[in-house]
Design a protein around this ligand. Structure first.
Ligand code: GDP
Length: 299
């Protein structure tokens, strides 16, 4: 049985010293995650599952509305995903190229995931955090209004390609129609779209354009909630419940579990600056077919 207050994956681990040994071996390539494992339980839970602490503020009736555990991998799975995201001589993680149009995009056989969101939603910060185990990767940022915006392709070893789509905002939907829409509609190897939503302001009109596109093309997509450190617990809870309700009632293709992320600067662990990132890495590794995890309750 899981320790009180812990998700099953974490609970299992803490009860079994042998499992912890196995996990540590699985991380031999991931120094950062080995450090994470040394954190006290409470901090470890907060780091891997940032919404967990909000759950206790929910009234019992609304607990079922909060789908925290649909993707519930073990720490062993998370460790395997960390090694996929860790650059080594054998596992090259690098920027490949940029393209303004789909027909200029590299033809790549590997599965692909893409990240889209409004300008300023925290997309570059998130992608930098995802690549923090590959310090040579440079995430390019082009923010000037009117500046040509491009899709940026990153190779993650032999495993998958990650695409950073231009932020929408100033000139949406024009940029979208020309580039993003064509990409979403026609990219054959696109496995999942990660739609970033600012948790402080919730789903905005422009976010709806992206939602409608994913729905229209019947794409599987996931909502990532950024900046969850910026609101009070009460405001965050309200926003999360609203977004969850939107996902449950207004969407077909959106994965029911929300993936929250935030800067986390108060941990005594220099390598860790973002909470929620480990679960997100594990989810990406899984849906690109690189982990045979049993982490899904259903999919
Ligand atoms: P982009 O335009 O979507 O690429 O957004 P950026 O990653 O450049 O982030 C926009 C602003 O939000 C920057 O000032 C970031 O420092 C800030 N930001 C991004 N993520 C977070 C977060 O999780 N928490 C907080 N407090 N600020 C964030």
């Amino acid at each position: 049985m899981a320790a009180p207050g812990l998700r099953p994956g974490l609970g299992r681990l803490f009860e079994m010293p042998a499992a912890l040994g196995r996990v540590r071996r699985a991380y031999s390539t991931s120094q950062a995650f080995a450090e994470v494992l040394r954190l006290p339980k409470k901090q470890l839970t907060k780091l891997v599952f940032p919404l967990q602490e909000l759950e206790r503020h929910l009234v019992p009736d609304s607990k079922h509305e909060f789908h925290l555990k649909i993707f519930d991998p073990s720490l062993e799975d998370i460790a395997r995903a960390e090694s996929i995201f860790t650059a080594t001589a054998q596992n090259r993680i690098e920027y490949l190229s940029s393209a303004e149009r789909l027909d200029h995009a590299p033809a790549l056989p590997r599965p692909e995931v893409c990240f889209i969101g409004r300008s300023n939603v925290g997309k570059s910060s998130l992608i930098k955090a995802l690549f923090s185990l590959a310090p040579d990767v440079e995430v390019r940022v082009s923010k000037k209004p009117g500046h040509t915006k491009k899709m940026n392709f990153f190779k993650v070893g032999k495993y998958f390609t990650l695409v950073d789509m231009p932020g929408y905002g100033y000139r949406a939907p024009e940029d979208f129609v020309d580039m993003v829409e064509t990409y979403l509609k026609e990219r054959k190897n696109l496995m999942r779209t990660f739609l970033l939503v600012d948790s402080v302001v919730g789903i905005q009109k422009t976010d709806n354009i992206a939602v409608e596109m994913c729905e229209e093309f019947a794409l599987p997509y996931v909502m990532v909630l950024t900046k969850i450190d910026k609101s009070s617990k009460g405001h965050l809870l309200k926003q999360v419940l609203q977004i969850q309700k939107f996902v449950d009632t207004k969407t077909q293709g959106c994965f029911p579990q929300l993936f929250p992320v935030r800067f986390l600067l108060d941990l005594p662990c220099s390598a860790v600056t973002y909470s929620g990132i480990h679960l997100l890495r594990c989810f990406i590794a899984d849906i690109t077919g690189n982990l045979k995890t049993h982490g899904f309750q259903f999919s």
